[in-house]
Write a protein that binds this ligand. Structure first.
Ligand code: BES
Ligand code: ZN
Length: 631
């Protein structure tokens, strides 16, 4: 069959399945298996038209210029032209395109559209149906949103500059012209030239030593989506943590990071026992400077992580289990559009919790699950009160919006509880067989919500209408809030904490509470269970007994500081100011600035601190906080 007939066959099939727009909504996996190509659903966040011409491989050749804060060089895009199209549609944003060269060496005509909010500029390259590749010479801008260029003083070592990228969700286009939608997968190679004192790493096969010539070659020969393109450059060193795992960090942090991540290898082993082989060879983590805007980012073979998980007691390592789990849910089986985001994150939280349970036991996983429900309920109430109930559906409608705005706790936690509901209904054993099969059969493919639901029907529900009804699938996926069959997380450990909260609220002095054996999770539950109108006296007692203001644990600090703001407990403000200026992780910044902005005095303080801190933030965090404070 030619590609064109394949497309027509796919269209016909999807029509037969009741899909009006031919967007592949109801193609089930059999049609995928029997046909090599799959029609991708329309991605409202990309100008790419991959159903006509798709990028199959990319070769990047870039030089890293720290003094100008730009990447300069070229990308060669190897194409598969499925329909004999004479135009290639790409996503670009903030890029300076120099020229486009076709495979015969001739210059191609191209045009760039006007800038569209969030999406950037559509780039249309005139090609021939026979064009096998195009080479684009270009330069990034110092403002490129995906890239953060750090001065030496923003690093642990203080001597060298640092660069890292963050491509998810739609920022890859700010450093590589490409088809920047998660449904498009390609392999890549790269040659990165940088200052010989620095090491370059990508989401690919990485070296472990500094190269004297400053030239690094990379290879990723399994297909990945553009949001998984990643680069970091800095004063980095490597330490192995097991058979196929290890950590990169600045030299002064390396020891502490390797200690913190001692269980990484057993996480990989547990994940493989659960859902089949790890398909990417090596699994490493690079611990970045504190301005990294996320907790973690699942870049293939090389998770990018915030140093705020280096707590000194291994209590925040579930983040590693999470990013590792994405090696199956997300990196292998990938949400086709950002409206299907829960397929990435909900599956990953579920998987993460299963890894944690295997390694640290049920009590531990139960605590995390119950804490997860707490934050989900808070998110649901908040979205409801702001009239954004549509954002509490698992399947999202992000058209016309920055996907970044729609990506909330809902995909993570509601997604997890939906999967847990299925697990409880069919039993763990059956559900695990199903999930393993799902990851295996859909590896290196894109998945959308409709297709997942028909896969679920075909492979698990299998016509059992009692089961189907009991799952309440439509309410979970297309409805608001939490359906009545939501599991109720129980944790005996956190019940212990609840009893102490009660004692405290009845007037007991903090020093009289029984906190023996409490870990980070107990403390987080304790802090979240406290009311938000504690008196200054109670705050000060708590601080004296438990030393929250000087905690070395970023999660505890973030929850404590929220109480400090509510109660105007000024003793903690110097420490909070330091925290806000050092850490750029958006999950911590957002609730703090948001709470500060509730009072006039708080807002003035927040605006002042933000004005001093913002130059140290990654644009992802900076934009969120600027919008929040209206500055
Ligand atoms: N893939 C996400 C990060 C992300 C999502 C970046 C959407 C940009 C857009 C990553 O796997 C993640 O979920 N990170 C969490 C940590 C996790 C333990 C919940 C984070 O950064 O806090
Ligand atoms: Zn995730």
């Amino acid at each position: 069959m030619t590609h064109r007939t394949l497309i027509i066959a796919a269209l016909a099939l999807s029509l037969m399945n009741g899909c009006k727009d031919g967007a592949g909504k109801k193609d089930n996996h059999e049609s995928q298996d029997t046909m090599k190509e799959m029609t991708l659903a329309r991605d409202v966040h990309s100008f790419g038209k991959p159903n006509d011409v798709a990028i199959k491989h990319m070769h990047l050749d870039l030089e890293v210029l720290f003094d100008k804060q730009i990447l300069t060089g070229s990308v060669r895009l190897d194409l598969e032209n499925k329909t004999g199209a004479d135009k290639l549609y790409l996503d670009t944003r903030q890029l300076d395109i120099k020229e486009v060269i076709l495979d015969d060496g001739s210059k191609a005509n191209y045009r760039l559209s006007d800038e569209v909010e969030f999406l950037g500029r559509e780039m249309v390259v005139e090609i021939l149906p026979s064009t096998k590749h195009v080479t684009i010479r270009y330069e990034t801008s110092p403002e490129a949103e995906a890239l953060q260029w750090l001065k030496p003083e923003q690093t642990a070592g203080g001597k060298h500059p640092f660069l890292f990228s963050q491509s998810q969700a739609i920022l890859a286009r700010t450093w590589i012209p490409c088809q920047d939608g998660p449904g498009v997968k390609f392999t890549y190679t790269a040659r990165i030239k940088t200052d010989p004192a620095l090491m370059a790493l990508m989401s690919a096969e990485n070296g472990r030593e500094l190269n004297a010539d400053g030239i690094y070659e990379f290879k990723m020969d399994q297909p990945v989506s553009s949001y998984l393109m990643a680069l970091t450059v800095g004063d980095l060193a490597y330490r192995s943590t097991g058979r196929n795992s290890g950590v990169y960090a600045e030299p002064s942090m390396l020891e502490a990071c390797a200690w913190e991540f001692a269980d990484m290898q057993s996480m990989i082993d547990s994940a493989e026992e659960l859902y089949g082989p790890y398909r990417w060879g090596q699994y490493d983590v690079v611990v970045l400077p504190p301005s990294f805007p996320f907790g973690g980012m699942e870049n293939p073979r090389l998770t990018f992580a915030t140093p705020t998980i280096i707590a000194g007691d291994r209590s925040l390592v579930s983040l590693i289990a999470h990013e590792l789990a994405h090696s199956w849910s997300g990196n292998l089986v990938t949400n086709e559009t950002w409206d299907d985001f829960w397929l990435n994150e909900g599956f990953t939280v579920y998987f993460e919790q299963r890894i944690m349970e295997k390694i640290y036991g049920k009590n531990y996983a139960d605590m995390e699950t119950k804490l997860g429900m707490g934050s989900l309920q808070e998110t649901l109430e908040d979205l409801k009160s702001r009239g954004k109930e549509d954002d509490t559906h698992l399947y999202l409608h992000l058209e016309g919006r920055n996907p970044d705005d729609g990506l909330t706790d809902v995909a993570y936690e509601k997604g997890r509880f939906f999967l847990q509901t299925i697990e409880y209904a069919v039993g763990r054993e059956r559900f695990d067989v199903f999930l393993k099969k799902y990851f295996t059969e859909n590896a290196f493919k894109a998945m959308n919500t409709e297709r997942f639901l028909s896969y679920l029907e075909d492979n698990l529900i299998q016509g059992d209408s009692t089961l189907r009804q009991s799952l309440m699938i439509d309410a979970w996926v297309y409805g608001p809030g939490l359906p009545p069959n939501t599991p109720k997380p129980e944790s005996s450990e956190l019940d212990r904490v609840q009893a102490q909260v009660k004692k405290f609220l009845e007037g007991s002095a903090p020093s009289r509470l029984d906190t023996s054996g409490w870990t980070t999770h107990h403390w987080l539950y304790f802090l979240r269970a406290l009311p938000d109108d504690l008196s200054l006296e109670r705050m000060s007692q708590l601080d004296k007994s438990f030393g929250f203001t000087n905690s070395g644990n970023s999660e505890i600090l973030c929850d404590w500081f929220q109480h400090c703001i509510d109660s105007k407990y000024k003793d903690a403000y110097p420490s909070m100011e330091k925290f806000l200026k050092r850490v750029g992780r958006r999950k911590f910044l957002t609730p703090l600035y948001e709470r500060l902005a509730r009072s006039e005095e708080g807002k003035a303080w927040a605006v002042r601190v933000f004005s001093e801190a913002r130059k140290g933030y990654h644009s992802v965090s900076e934009n969120t906080i600027a919008r929040l404070l209206n500055v």
